[in-house]
Design a protein. Structure first.
Length: 410
């Protein structure tokens, strides 16, 4: 039923590429000195949010070492899937180690074409794969005794990191620290741009965040005769405050095969901006809607398949800033005066850890309220109801394919 109804809705058209604001973070000295963000950065960010753009570029962000991450990551991705599987964690839903989206995993497992072109992953029917790590100070070394980290539910957010080799561990761990600093600096600029104290969200993202760094690999695509493979990443939004993306400079921004952000009823390609690692893309995540009572909206985005003329592998590196999972999914008192007030003052706010699918499902299963088989459908209903209560848009993604399901990604 559901699939048939979705099939009647025409897919959104492709619009012109975004031209985003550049927020100059001026090297982050101000961030490390705990000073206010530069006025120029705040002004550029304010222009972006006044135009309701869910993304912008950041320059002079202090992030380096991503070439080492890509080099070590590529050496891992180019191994056979039988070897990579040893670094999968849980059911590939813990944001650790080697992961594939569930429908991509099914495609890969059923794939039996004879393919000669492309990388090892192309030949094994892999559409997209990623390698993911959580906060190294918590997710490595001895187990914490604090139940915040070590309880059965806490482990869902603080699963152990899994490393295939020291090269990848060293490169990603260094990049993690730099990306984290640039993300928190970005959030401080954002708070100032909303007219609030720049540290209004610090309590949520400093001591108890569970952010992750992930290297995404989209191999050269094999197009089987008469069938099209699933797209590189279905429409979704990230369960984050902000996501920082390092993307390769490409010449195919108008030809697909890259990141697109939805704007009304069109998908608009997002140019990598500057390139050479000089500029990162910032996207707003879904949590920012809860933290600002809908003043800001998360970016609905996807990664499309390339045109034949641009069919080559693509790498991107994402830092997903995830706040304290036990904090209410509502504006903290430091931000509340600067964002719209809630439609209902008696509204009960879930904690942040319940907003995303994996956190909610595991909570429901641990509490014995759902089996793993019915938890996903129950989450969907709960999410729609929670968003509706706050007056947030539904974020229904229209697609012909029943496996084009955003909740498979969040
Ligand atoms: O590869 C990209 O440009 C975007 C990746 C993405 O959306 C994600 O990792 O959540
Ligand atoms: Fe994403």
């Amino acid at each position: 039923m559901r699939t048939r109804w979705l099939a009647m809705v025409p897919p959104p058209r492709l619009g012109k590429p975004w031209s985003l604001e550049t927020v100059d973070l001026e090297g982050l000295a101000w961030y490390y000195e705990k000073a206010a963000p530069p006025a120029g950065a705040v002004g550029a960010c304010r222009r972006a949010i006044e135009r309701e753009e869910p993304a912008w570029w950041i320059a002079n962000h202090g992030v380096d070492g991503l070439e080492a991450v890509k080099g070590a990551g590529t050496r891992f991705f180019d191994r056979q899937s039988a070897e990579k599987k040893a670094f999968a964690v849980g059911a590939m839903d813990r944001s650790r180690g080697w992961e594939l989206y569930p429908h991509h995993r099914r495609y890969h497992e059923r794939f039996d074409e004879e393919v000669v072109a492309g990388e090892q992953s192309t030949r094994e029917g892999i559409i997209a794969e990623r390698f993911v790590m959580g906060p190294p100070d918590i997710c490595e070394g001895g187990d914490s005794l604090d139940p915040y980290f070590s309880s059965a539910w806490g482990r869902v957010f603080f699963e152990r990191n899994a490393w295939p080799n020291d090269d990848l561990r060293e490169a990603m761990t260094k990049a993690y620290g730099k990306m984290y600093a640039a993300s928190v600096a970005t959030v401080r600029v954002l708070c100032a741009a909303l007219g609030a104290p720049h540290d209004a969200l610090d309590d949520l993202v400093i001591t108890r965040h569970h952010s992750r760094l992930q290297l995404n690999h989209y191999p050269t695509v094999h197009f089987p005769r008469g069938r099209s493979p699933p797209t590189r990443a279905n429409a979704h939004y990230d369960t984050s405050v902000v996501t920082l993306l390092a993307r390769e400079p490409t010449d195919d921004e108008n030809r697909r095969g890259g990141l697109e952000i939805r704007d009304g009823d069109v998908w608009r390609p997002v140019p990598a901006g500057g390139g050479g690692g000089g500029v990162l893309t910032v996207q707003l995540g879904s949590l920012v809607e809860y933290l600002t009572n809908g003043r800001l909206r998360g970016a609905t985005h996807r990664v499309s398949l390339p045109a034949a003329s641009h069919n080559r592998r693509r790498l991107s590196c994402a830092f997903v800033l995830k706040p304290d999972y036990m904090a209410p999914a509502a504006p903290p008192p430091s931000l509340a005066p600067f964002v719209p007030s809630s439609s209902s003052s008696s509204d009960h706010h879930p904690v942040i850890g319940l907003v995303g699918r994996v956190g909610w499902q595991n909570h429901a299963i641990l509490a014995g309220r759902h089996s793993s088989s019915d938890a996903r459908a129950a989450f969907k209903l709960w999410k729609l109801e929670m968003r509706a209560r706050r007056g947030f848009p539904k974020n229904v993604f229209f697609s012909k394919r029943s496996d084009d399901d955003p909740d498979l990604i969040n």
